[in-house]
Design a protein around this ligand. Structure first.
Ligand SMILES: Nc1ncnc2c1ncn2[C@@H]1O[C@H](COP(=O)(O)OP(=O)(O)OP(=O)(O)O)[C@@H](O)[C@H]1O
Ligand SMILES: [Mg+2]
Length: 283
């Protein structure tokens, strides 16, 4: 459980998002929610190194539909496969529209801090290409904090390709860094030592039945993430680290980060969906 001062509805929000994202092959609409209207939804697109996430919220910013998919279309915040990204997002959009029964018109998207403006525009162009007006561009830590609602502390986003660190003071970002170590490196280590392909290693890594056995193998990569975080937080007075990004879902990751940094690390139930939800809240 997370103590104050984070969003008091965080656990419930992330649990419902996870149910929607995982339901019906990850394309579910929440059967319990009232029928949303097409003009009042908030849509977010998170183009990541590993996962592309599409999240739809109702007028009260509650999750109602979404989907996510593994795809290698972005590297370290830069779109490296524009056509692939447009095709993927188009497919994801129509799956979600089918569930909702109406067309999605616009969306917000995010970018890691420090990415050049030209690259941010490329991300917006992926949305246009897929038939969505891009109505908002938000940096990822600020998006994550739309959901977490912290005032002071650090948000550490361990995704597929990179580890992002953002220090917050009085609710505003005061320092950011992004370094190329993330979940992809966990999978590469597993592939290297088992002889599996990257895709097989990726599947094994995210299988809860395998995670305890694989832990000693990937612990050094977790420690490296911890060392990166420690280095960037040196000189900042940070009392708590909030972990987001899919890789933080690996059991034990929070303890390793806490051990290496010496700073309390808190893990929201479903760290994978924090940033995508916060991006949707910006639409
Ligand atoms: N349950 C899990 N346990 C461990 N790792 C997981 C789990 N679920 C997802 N991951 C990993 O999380 C990563 C994807 O997370 P996320 O969507 O936050 O990254 P991304 O946004 O695609 O990448 P980046 O932020 O680096 O561009 C992948 O490496 C994936 O294997
Ligand atoms: Mg990410």
């Amino acid at each position: 459980m997370i103590s104050e001062p984070v969003n008091p509805n965080l656990t419930d929000l992330l649990t419902r998002t996870d149910r929607i994202m995982s339901g019906a092959n990850g394309r579910g609409a929440d059967p319990n929610s009232a029928r949303p209207s097409r003009d009042s939804v908030h849509v977010g697109v998170d183009l990541g190194t590993a996962y592309t996430v599409l999240a739809v919220l109702d007028e009260n910013y509650q999750p109602i539909a979404g989907t996510y998919q593994f795809a290698e279309i972005v590297r370290d915040g830069l779109v490296v496969d524009f056509i692939g990204a447009v095709d993927l997002l188009r497919r994801m959009k129509s799956q979600v529209e089918e569930r909702l029964g109406f067309e999605l018109k616009s969306a917000s998207t995010g970018y890691p801090p420090g990415v050049p403006q030209a690259e941010v525009r490329a991300t917006a162009n992926v949305l246009h290409g897929a038939g969505l007006d891009c109505t908002g561009l938000i940096d990822e830590p600020t998006a994550a904090n739309n959901v977490l609602q912290i005032k002071d502390g650090a948000i550490v986003d361990v995704g597929g390709g990179t580890t992002g660190i953002a220090v917050f003071r009085k609710g505003k970002v005061v320092y950011t860094a992004d370094e190329p170590t993330g979940g992809t490196h966990f999978s590469l280590v597993i592939a290297g030592s088992t002889g599996l392909t990257f895709e097989e290693a990726e599947a094994m890594k995210t299988d809860p039945k395998e995670q305890t056995r694989l832990f000693p193998l990937i612990r050094p990569v977790m420690e490296k993430v911890g060392t990166i975080v420690r280095r960037h937080l040196a000189g900042h007075k940070v009392e708590r680290i909030y972990l987001v990004g899919g890789t933080c879902a690996y059991p034990g990751m929070d303890q390793v980060i806490q051990e290496i940094t010496g700073v309390e690390a808190v893990l929201p139930g479903k760290p994978l969906f924090v940033t995508p939800l916060g991006i949707a809240m910006n639409n």
